[in-house]
Design a protein around this ligand. Structure first.
Ligand SMILES: C[S@@+](CC[C@H](N)C(=O)[O-])C[C@H]1O[C@@H](n2cnc3c(N)ncnc32)[C@H](O)[C@@H]1O
Length: 300
């Protein structure tokens, strides 16, 4: 059989199983199983071995049961990094790249005066001199995608990620190794709990669980049945983690330090008010590409 015939057959199986985007899913799985890129498959349409065909069928059967494509192929691209994912770890979403982008902009624009020296931080030389002492904390790090993207951008920084899930942290460490990022530490525990006393950061970032408990049964099957609920569940109103993080952030931020968090749909106003109430200043909300108020940024 040729690869494009196998793709067609896989797409039909997925379509019958009621899977959305059946052709796109079939292509990803088939090319992954055959170790081919899309262009080669289209131009050459090579014959595939019976072993490859069995593999495509096995992967397609998993997808037909609702397993996300990213778990089946085992990785996803995030900010130019390959992030390994699997059961027990949230699949990084494209909108989270915006959080990384905002964090990078914040550091580079000198909004964080790293080292607290009187440097003209908008000047690139002084920025480069001082970035080596940047310290940042990623709460709810999961696969480590945010922390690793920032650590790649600021290789001299002191980077810490915390998460309550051992499985997630196993992936985070694997992702650090896979992307040759050495200056990063992952610690297990709830939010700030695993930090040594007195630790302070120039930057805190977080994409915490923010789905309301009541919405979880209504989620897409791929998410509800496959992704870890402790990565999704933000309590009755979805705001539990923002309350806890913002309630403590000032105690962990250096003067002029920034906090940048991803927000769920419709949560911007409540979280903005919370940030102000807990003594943070210069709070702003940034929209994502779909026009959803997605990121909150504030300063100590
Ligand atoms: C929405 S996911 C974010 C994962 C990753 N940062 C990302 O953006 O893809 C939330 C993460 O919070 C973790 N988590 C849940 N409760 C936690 C807690 N009390 N303290 C720390 N992490 C927690 C989950 O294990 C999960 O990895």
């Amino acid at each position: 059989m040729r690869i494009l015939d196998a793709v067609r057959a896989a797409a039909e199986t997925l379509e019958k199983a009621g899977i959305d985007d059946s052709l796109a899913g079939a292509e990803i799985l088939a090319y992954h199983a055959a170790a081919l890129n899309r262009m080669t498959a289209f131009i050459d349409n090579p014959l595939i071995s019976s072993r490859t065909l069995s593999k495509i069928r096995r992967l397609t059967a998993r997808r037909a049961k609702g397993e996300p494509v990213q778990y089946i192929v085992g990785h996803v691209e995030f900010c130019g990094l390959t992030i390994h994912v699997g059961k027990g770890v949230l699949i990084p979403r494209p909108e989270t790249e915006l959080l990384v982008e905002e964090a990078v902009k914040t550091v580079k624009s000198g909004l964080i005066y790293v080292n607290h020296e009187k440097a003209d931080a908008t000047d690139m030389d002084s920025y480069l001199t001082h970035q080596s002492s940047l310290s940042f904390l990623d709460l709810c790090t999961g696969s480590g995608c945010i922390a690793l993207a920032l650590a790649k951008e600021f290789p001299g920084a002191e980077a810490i990620g915390t998460d309550i899930s051992q499985k997630a942290l196993r992936h985070a460490r694997k992702n650090a190794d896979a992307n040759s990022i050495v200056h990063i530490t992952f610690r297990k525990g709830s939010l700030f709990e695993p930090l040594k006393q007195g630790m302070m950061f120039d930057l805190i970032v977080s994409n915490p669980p923010y789905i309301t408990a009541g919405e979880i049964p209504e989620l897409q099957r791929e998410v509800r049945d496959w992704e870890p609920h402790n990565a999704l569940d933000g309590g009755d109103d979805g705001l539990d983690f923002y309350r806890e993080i913002l309630g403590k952030a000032v105690g962990y931020l250096k003067p002029d330090g920034s906090i940048i968090m991803e927000l769920g749909f419709g949560q911007a106003e409540a979280v903005y008010v919370m940030a102000r109430k807990h003594g943070l200043s210069d709070a702003v909300v940034i929209d994502d590409f779909a026009g959803i108020r997605r990121i909150l940024k504030a300063k100590r």
